[in-house]
Design a protein around this ligand. Structure first.
Ligand code: FA5
Length: 385
């Protein structure tokens, strides 16, 4: 850097000297013979070469061009005006030849340097914009559907093939739909089985709760539709259950409801057995167990043999030693329920079921702890692409 600026200083000084010289006539400069002329032009040329040598960019190139070729104040214009035109006859042609040679040199060097400067600028720009196609791309991990969502889809696929429709309902419910219209009056012991999350309400506001099961959609559907009805309702439900390997305070159910004029327990059993065969394959052992739900009569629980102990039971913490894991509650719709939705109980019959989807997925994929579904551990989730 220091040598470049020193060269510049020197050339500025020379320019100044040269400029001063070109402002005078040859006579004033004492140039009488062709040898003096040759020396003068050779100094000028050396001066130009010195300046061209330190030029690095477009701006300094333009400045140099204007200094030498500028029409009014350029060095060559001054030479033409002060040396060439007024030259004595005996020197005229020598001045003309030297002047032309200098001009050709200036033109050539300026053109060459301009090309070099432009090429260098292009290289710099190219290097800046260089796109390396061999670089690995940015990985954008693509997620997959959660196993619960996949299980919902599989259950939906099976029931859609049987002519069922899919309906969805609110997770925030009223006690009427969650309990009363399902034949569970206030203070009925059945309410204790479903310890409920109630929403905070202020005086005068209607009580709201997080639905404890998908069964309220039985009522909402029958209120809106005339029989026959065949629906399934996938969704989230909430209970104040203590978390353990098979219990969560938020879990998933698929409700099923079929109502028509001639449905029997055989239709119900056939439907469920078909579903289980489709979902688990033909070898799964299942059983119905009599149970009680206020909105079905008769009521059953449906269990599948425990995959963790192969149904042996003894000492198995997953099935608590029974050899069976409860999958869902079900039964024939209690005629009392039809009374809440203005259905003709005398001429209608139907069945309903509420499948625990988390447990269904656990059994199918051998998952030992329901909590895995909610921990968002990608090592777990990746196993179900
Ligand atoms: C009910 O919820 C009834 N509504 C089912 C029903 C529908 C009966 C229609 C008759 C007619 P239950 O409380 O048993 O039933 O729950 C159904 C299923 O949800 C259970 O079999 C179980 O698979 C699952 N389940 C219940 N509690 C939990 C919990 N805390 N965590 C995970 N799954 C649960």
């Amino acid at each position: 850097m220091a040598s470049v600026s020193r060269a510049r200083e020197r050339s500025l000084l020379l320019v100044f000297t040269m400029k001063a010289q070109t402002a005078q006539s040859l006579d004033q400069l004492g140039v009488r013979f062709p040898e003096d002329l040759a020396r003068l032009f050779s100094e000028l040329r050396a001066e130009f070469d010195g300046q061209a040598g330190v030029m690095r960019d477009e701006a300094s190139w333009t400045a140099l061009r204007d200094a030498w070729l500028g029409r009014k104040a350029g060095m060559l214009a001054a030479i033409t005006a002060n040396w060439l035109k007024p030259a004595p006859v005996e020197l005229k042609s020598a001045v003309g030849v030297a002047f032309n040679a200098l001009r050709t040199h200036v033109d050539t060097v300026l053109a060459e340097r301009h090309r070099a400067i432009q090429a260098a600028a292009e290289q710099t720009a190219l290097a800046r914009e260089h796109l390396d196609l061999s670089l690995p791309g940015v990985m954008r991990p693509v997620g997959t559907r959660h196993l619960i969502r996949q299980t919902f889809s599989e259950v939906e696929r099976i029931f859609l093939s049987l002519g069922y429709q899919v309906a969805e309902g609110p997770e925030i419910e009223s006690p009427y739909y969650n309990f009363e219209a399902l034949n569970i009056p206030e203070f009925h012991p059945a309410r204790d089985n479903m310890d409920t999350f109630y929403m905070e309400t202020h005086a005068g506001q209607t009580t709201r709760l997080l639905r404890t099961h998908t069964s309220p959609m039985q009522i909402r559907t029958m209120e809106k539709r005339k029989p026959p009805v065949r629906i399934i309702v996938p969704g989230k439900v909430y209970r104040r259950d203590n978390p353990d390997a098979t219990h969560s305070f938020m879990f998933h159910q698929v409700e099923g409801l079929a109502v028509d004029t001639d449905l029997t327990f055989r239709d119900f059993k056939g439907t469920i057995e078909y579903f289980i065969r489709e979902f688990f394959g033909p070898s799964t052992k299942t059983r119905f167990r009599s149970s009680f739900f206020p909105f079905t009569e008769p009521s059953v629980e449906f269990d599948a043999s425990c995959i963790f102990c192969n149904g042996r039971g003894t000492g198995c913490p997953k099935c608590k030693g029974s050899g069976w894991i409860e999958l869902f509650g079900a039964g024939m719709v209690d005629p009392a329920v039809y009374g809440f939705v203005n259905y003709d109980a005398a001429n209608l019959s139907g069945f309903a079921f509420g499948i625990g989807i988390d447990r269904l997925a656990m059994l199918k994929h051998g998952i030992g702890d329901i909590q895995m579904f909610f921990q968002n551990d990608v090592r777990f989730l990746r196993q179900f692409p």
